[in-house]
Write a protein that binds this ligand. Structure first.
Ligand code: NAI
Length: 723
């Protein structure tokens, strides 16, 4: 539970149209909580006529009377850069822009003139864009910014006589959608407020007793919170009135395919036939990103493709119910441990980020094949049994966030049978769906090598198989080593793969092994965790897809070393059983949505706040990560104590022995401690301050091995062009 008053001390807030109504209530609240407020208002009439300094001045006086800081600005929001200039000239910075100014020119559409249309678009849409655009470079530079855009129910739902206003207001929703994406990496959040308040804009529209209850003061705290640094909301539409507040989103129906296969066309008649399904909102869904929507279109294409494939393919449906206990058991089976802090999210159902290991669904493959006759008779004359089937390769692609418990339907089919001479390969494809929402969750492929089953004259290569890819021919960027337990197979099998090859000495020896071997999918889970820990800061939702080849067996108790190579968002990996130096997983890779380097991970133990130089260290983190061998030559651990106006405010560690950069104090021995002001660190990184001069002037204090700092020059020089 977070407590304490929310404050805006040191922050500068622009509120446009703050001379009256909602804007006035926002400005007064910001002013009363420590913000320096730019009270902008043109002071014109309700329809955009005239101007006056009176209204802005009176709000400024009111804020000052209450002990706050404020300055007036009388510019039109179309001159947004002048409003931002006022903030910079008067207060030296800008943190929040609340775009609130507004007028009305209501007319029925038939009577609406170009000037009625243009003036509304100018004030609401272009004015918000111009003011926000002027503040944007400051937000980016300081790695912080909050933008509020003001929409209206007339925009969201339409209102007679407000075609110009509704269109401009919905334009602001589109603006927020994109600004929230563009600003995200610089901690710039953009949200939309949809107020309903008693003001001069609504005085003759709503009944008087309702008008009384529509107090702007009931909405101001919502805008205040959305503008606060602690609020992580971004890209949302928030409605607020009479002390009620809620979030509003676009929804889309489940829709339906209007053709049966890729060769089929769509006709107007097919559209008519399916119209009730197209518009059926009973299974409507919301989407978080354009990628999610495109992903669904790709799934529709997959479905069309699979409808086209031969009807002789065998199919099977498997229903699985799993609970959090299964999720935890699987995680333990693939080596998740409380000793690794980023694994606890897989092991404790009450953890705030309790998650399913993203490789969990691969385990349905062997279950589906073994619990059914899917594989029987697919190669005439060949009997399948646990001793002649080897799991060759595995692929999984994730389409939606995987639930920690649920009812899942897996649809299996034998996609292809390849003749490899001595043996045969059966390519099994399975897709998993949430039984309740019908959302497609994953697509999986499993290649099974059937010993001694080749020579039947089938194709040698597959068109459908997702290929393995060898890692780059250079040293790995990172490696993680973890010992498996001698009971690892005994634990992993409880997730459903009860093949006796992994437990039974006799059966293992019949299959040619000296002892029962570990499930290939178990090693896959170990390495997937290692990759996520190293390149996604442990975030399971980062994984998009994973492919591995099971090259050699692992004996339970052996140590697995996952070597990793980063190539953009693709992490190639290869896993070795250390004891016999056998490459057990090869040609493997994981595709991530984005790489999150633990090098810029926050160390929660140290008190720290966001500073300008954070961006410098984040940049260095990326560089160190991709040039590990080079930076390790510097061979030093540097502790930066970052000061903010003379007060120690954050610690950053450059551990170039291990090749990591993180926010927080060093975990082991330190070679050199450097103390510097936040702003000076940025100047130093930009090459605008000479380190020797800074040292001489006492702006840079160095303790420990001073000579080692000479070697840091190359690191700073290499990063400069990107800063
Ligand atoms: P208001 O008329 O009381 O306040 C708007 C202020 O903006 C006025 O003081 C006006 O002088 C100023 N202004 C107008 N054009 C300007 C310009 N070009 N440059 C600088 N200042 C300018 O209106 P109210 O009700 O407080 O509305 C604030 C915002 O909330 C508007 O964007 C409005 O469209 C929106 N809104 C209000 C609703 C309500 O129920 N009051 C409902 C939905 C949206």
């Amino acid at each position: 539970m977070v407590s304490g008053d929310l404050r805006f001390d040191g922050r500068v807030v622009i509120v446009t149209g703050a001379g009256a109504g909602l804007g006035r209530a926002y400005a007064l609240l910001f002013g009363s909580r420590g913000a320096s407020v730019v009270v902008n208002d043109l002071g014109g009439g309700r329809h955009g006529d005239g101007s006056s300094t009176k209204v802005a001045d009176s709000v400024v006086q009111e804020i000052r009377r209450n002990g706050g800081k404020a300055v007036a600005n009388y510019d039109n929001v179309l001159d947004g850069e002048k409003i931002v200039k006022t903030a910079i000239d008067e207060f030296g910075r800008i943190d929040v822009v609340v775009n609130n100014a507004g007028i009305l020119r209501d007319k029925s559409f038939l009577k609406m003139t170009d000037s009625d249309w243009d003036i509304i678009h100018d004030v609401h849409l272009k004015g918000s864009m111009r003011t926000t655009r002027a503040a944007w470079p400051y937000f980016r530079k300081q790695n912080f910014g909050r933008v509020i855009l003001t929409c209206s129910n007339s925009g969201l739902y339409g209102n007679f006589g407000q075609a110009n206003y509704s269109a401009a207001k919905m334009g602001l929703v589109g603006l927020a959608n994109t600004l929230s994406i563009e600003g995200k990496k610089n901690n710039i959040h953009t949200n939309v407020i949809v107020p309903t308040a008693g003001s001069r804009l609504t005085e003759d529209i709503v009944p008087p007793d309702f008008f009384e209850q529509l107090k702007p003061e009931l909405i101001a705290p919502v805008v205040f919170w959305l503008s606060h640094e602690d609020c992580t909301e971004n890209g949302s539409i928030i409605e607020s009135a009479v002390g009620w507040t809620g979030k509003c989103r676009l929804v889309r129906s489940n829709g339906c395919l209007l053709r049966k296969s890729l060769n089929d066309g769509v006709t107007p008649e097919k559209v008519r036939e399916n119209w009730s399904t197209v518009t059926d909102m009973s299974k409507a869904k919301t989407y978080d990103s354009i990628e999610e929507v495109t992903g669904e279109l790709m799934s529709s294409l997959d479905q069309l493709r699979s409808n086209e494939s031969s009807s002789s393919e065998k199919e099977l449906t498997l229903e699985t119910n799993y609970t959090y206990r299964d999720a935890i058991l699987y995680a333990l089976g693939v080596g998740a441990t409380r000793q690794e802090p980023r694994d606890i999210q897989y092991l404790y159902e009450n953890h705030e980020n309790f998650s399913l290991m993203p490789t969990f669904y691969v385990s349905f493959g062997p279950i589906g094949c073994m619990s059914s006759d899917l594989l029987q008779d697919v190669i005439p004359g060949v009997q399948m049994n646990p001793t002649n089937i080897l799991h060759g390769e595995q692929y999984i692609e994730i389409h939606k966030k995987l639930p920690t418990e649920g009812k899942i339907v897996s649809r299996f089919r034998v996609r292809e049978i390849l003749d490899k001479g001595k043996g045969a390969v059966i390519l099994v494809q399975y897709e998993t769906f949430n039984e309740v929402t019908n959302d497609k969750l994953t697509t999986n492929q499993m290649s099974l090598f059937i010993v001694g089953a080749g020579g039947f004259g089938g194709p040698r290569n597959s068109q459908h198989s997702v290929p393995c890819i060898d890692p780059p021919k250079r040293k790995p960027c990172a490696s993680v080593t973890q010992k498996t337990s001698s009971d690892q197979a005994a634990l992993y099998r409880l997730s459903g793969d009860y093949n006796p090859l992994h437990m039974d000495d006799n059966l293992a020896s019949m299959a040619g092994y000296s002892e029962p071997i570990l499930h290939g999918l178990c090693s896959l889970g170990f390495s997937a965790r290692h990759v996520l820990q190293t390149f996604a800061d442990g975030d399971p939702d980062s994984m998009k897809a994973l492919k591995v080849r099971f090259a050699k067996p692992v004996i339970p108790g052996q140590t697995l070393r996952t070597d990793m190579w980063r190539e953009g968002n693709r992490i190639h990996f290869q896993t070795t059983a250390v004891e016999n130096n056998a490459k057990v997983l090869t040609g493997a890779y994981m595709d991530l949505k984005e790489v999150k380097t633990p090098s810029v991970r926050r160390n929660n133990c140290s008190a720290s706040k966001n500073l300008e130089c954070d961006a410098v260290f984040a940049q260095m983190g990326d560089y160190v990560n991709s040039h590990t061998d080079q930076v390790k030559k510097i061979n030093g651990v540097f502790h930066y104590v970052i000061m903010d106006k003379g007060v120690p405010s954050a610690d950053w560690t450059l551990d170039l022995k291990k090749g990591t950069v993180y926010k927080g104090k060093p975990e082991g021995k330190v070679d050199t401690t450097l103390t510097i002001e936040d702003k000076d660190m940025v100047q130093l990184a930009l090459g605008k301050m000479n380190p020797q001069m800074a040292f001489m002037k006492g702006k840079l204090k160095i303790k420990g091995n001073i000579m080692l700092t000479q070697k840091l020059k190359s690191l700073l020089d290499a990063n400069r062009p990107k800063l």
